[in-house]
Design a protein around this ligand. Structure first.
Ligand code: C2E
Ligand code: MG
Ligand code: MG
Length: 356
C-alpha cells in the first residue's frame, strides 16, 4: 500500500522522503549539526515497521559511541522525530521540514530566476540565470541555502526542470525584441541532473514547450560533473549541441581539470572561476592561472569569460590578458527580471564605453 493512502499528503511526503533516504544506498548514513555545534553521525542498518505506521523502530549504530542504541522514529508528531535512547532529539525533523517545504515551493512557484549580465566588447551577450527561493517567512534565499539539500534529496531534478522551463519561457518572451534577441541565457545544471537518462529530453521539452531558440540556451556544467560520467555526459552534450544548444564549463580551474577530456568536450566557453579573479591583483599564481586559461581557451577556439569581476583593476588586467568577456558585481549583481530589463540600457552604455 502506498504511504499516500495511509497518511494525509503532507505527512506522507515527509515519510516517503525519509524512506527514500533510508533505503537509498544500503545502510542509511546521516549527519546532523546540533545546536551546540557538535555533529551527530547516525548509521542505520535496519528499519522495522511496527504494524500500521504508528511508529517505526530504526535499529542501527550510533556513529561515535561504543554502544548500539535503538533509534525510534515516531509518527505521532507533525514531523518525524528521531529519538536516540528515548532522550536526544535529532534535528532530522528540521531537515525533513525544509525538504517538504522545498518540494512544495517548487510546485507552487516560490522559486524565481535572477539574471546577471555578461558583457563582451560593447555588447550584453548573455545573462546567467541564478535561482532564488522566495520563502514566505525567511525572504529571498540564495542557492547556497537550498541547492545542497536539493542535491542530497533528489529534489534537484524537479528544481532543475523548473529552472530550464523558466529560462526557456524567458527566452521566448525576449524573442524578437531589440537587444534581447541576442541575449543568451546560461543555466546551471547539477551533476545528478546531467546523468539522468532523460536529461536531453528534459532540455528539449523545455525548449519546445516555449518555442525557445536552442542557440540562445547555454548550459553550464562543472568539471566535477564529468569525473565519473564522462562518456555518458559527452554523448548527451553532443546530442544537444547538434541542435544548437551551447555549453560552458563553469568554475573552471577548481575541479578535475584534465586536458585530455577538455579536448573531447563539445564546449563553447570556459568560465574562469571567481577565486582566481578575486586574487588576480594580489597573487601572481592566480594571474598566471587566469592567463593560462585564457590562452588555452582561445587556442582551442573557445570563448573565455571571467566571473566575479568586481572592480576596474580586475577588468583592466583581464583585458590586457586578452579576456574581454566579463560577469560580476562591477557590471551588476544578479537581478530579478524586471530590474534587469530596467537596467539593460545602462549595461549597454557601460559595455559600449568599455569597448571604446
Ligand atoms: P555559479 O554558477 O558559479 O554562479 C556564480 C555565483 O557568483 C552566483 O552566486 C553569483 O551571484 C555570484 N557572483 C556574481 N558576481 C559576483 C562578484 O562579482 N563577486 C562575488 N563575490 N560573487 C559574484 P549565487 O547566485 O549565490 O549562486 C551560487 C551557486 O549556486 C552558483 O555558482 C551555482 O553553482 C549554484 N546555482 C545557482 N543557480 C542554480 C540553478 O539554477 N541550478 C543549479 N543546479 N545550481 C545553481
Ligand atoms: Mg554558473
Ligand atoms: Mg561559477
Amino acid at each position: 500500500m502506498a504511504l499516500a493512502d495511509l497518511l494525509p499528503p503532507e505527512r506522507a511526503s515527509i515519510w516517503s522522503a525519509f524512506f527514500k533516504r533510508a533505503f537509498s544506498d544500503g545502510p542509511f548514513h546521516a549527519s546532523h549539526s546540533l545546536t551546540d555545534g557538535r555533529v551527530l553521525e547516525l548509521s542505520f542498518n535496519r528499519i522495522v515497521i511496527n504494524g500500521e505506521i504508528e511508529g517505526i523502530s530504526v535499529v542501527g549504530r550510533f556513529g561515535r559511541t561504543e554502544n548500539t542504541p535503538q533509534l525510534l522514529v515516531r509518527s505521532t508528531s507533525a514531523w518525524p522525530i528521531v529519538q536516540v535512547d528515548g532522550t536526544a532529539q535529532v534535528p532530522f525533523a528540521e531537515t525533513c521540514a525544509m525538504e517538504a517545504e522545498l518540494s512544495r515551493a517548487i510546485a507552487s512557484n516560490e522559486l524565481l530566476l535572477y539574471y546577471q549580465p555578461q558583457i563582451d566588447r560593447g555588447r550584453v551577450v548573455g545573462v546567467e540565470a541564478l535561482v532564488r527561493w522566495r520563502h514566505p517567512i525567511r525572504g529571498v534565499l540564495s542557492p547556497a541555502e537550498f541547492i545542497p539539500l536539493a542535491e542530497e534529496t533528489g529534489l534537484i531534478l524537479p528544481l532543475g526542470i523548473w529552472v530550464l522551463q523558466a529560462a526557456c519561457a524567458q527566452l521566448a518572451a525576449w524573442a524578437g525584441k531589440n537587444y534581447y534577441e541576442e541575449i543568451k541565457i546560461a543555466v546551471n545544471i547539477s551533476a545528478y541532473q546531467a546523468v539522468q537518462p532523460d536529461f536531453v529530453d528534459s532540455v528539449l521539452d523545455a525548449l519546445n514547450t516555449f518555442g525557445a531558440n536552442p542557440a540562445n540556451l547555454e548550459i553550464e556544467l562543472t568539471e566535477n560533473t564529468l569525473v565519473s560520467n564522462f562518456e555518458d555526459v559527452i554523448t548527451k552534450m553532443t546530442a544537444l549541441k547538434s541542435l544548437g544548444v551551447r555549453f560552458a564549463l563553469d568554475d573552471f580551474g577548481t575541479g578535475y581539470s584534465s586536458l585530455s577530456y577538455l579536448k573531447r568536450l563539445p564546449l563553447d566557453q570556459l568560465k574562469i572561476d571567481q577565486s582566481f579573479i578575486r586574487d588576480l591583483l594580489v597573487d601572481v599564481n592566480s594571474g598566471a592561472i587566469a592567463q593560462t586559461i585564457i590562452s588555452l581557451g582561445h587556442a582551442m577556439g573557445l570563448s573565455v569569460i571571467a566571473e566575479g569581476v568586481e572592480n576596474e583593476k580586475q577588468r583592466g588586467f583581464l583585458a590586457a590578458m586578452g579576456c574581454h568577456s566579463i560577469q560580476g558585481y562591477l557590471i551588476s549583481p544578479p537581478l530579478p527580471v524586471d530590474a534587469f530589463e530596467r537596467m539593460l540600457p545602462t549595461f549597454v552604455e557601460a559595455a559600449v564605453k568599455d569597448c571604446g
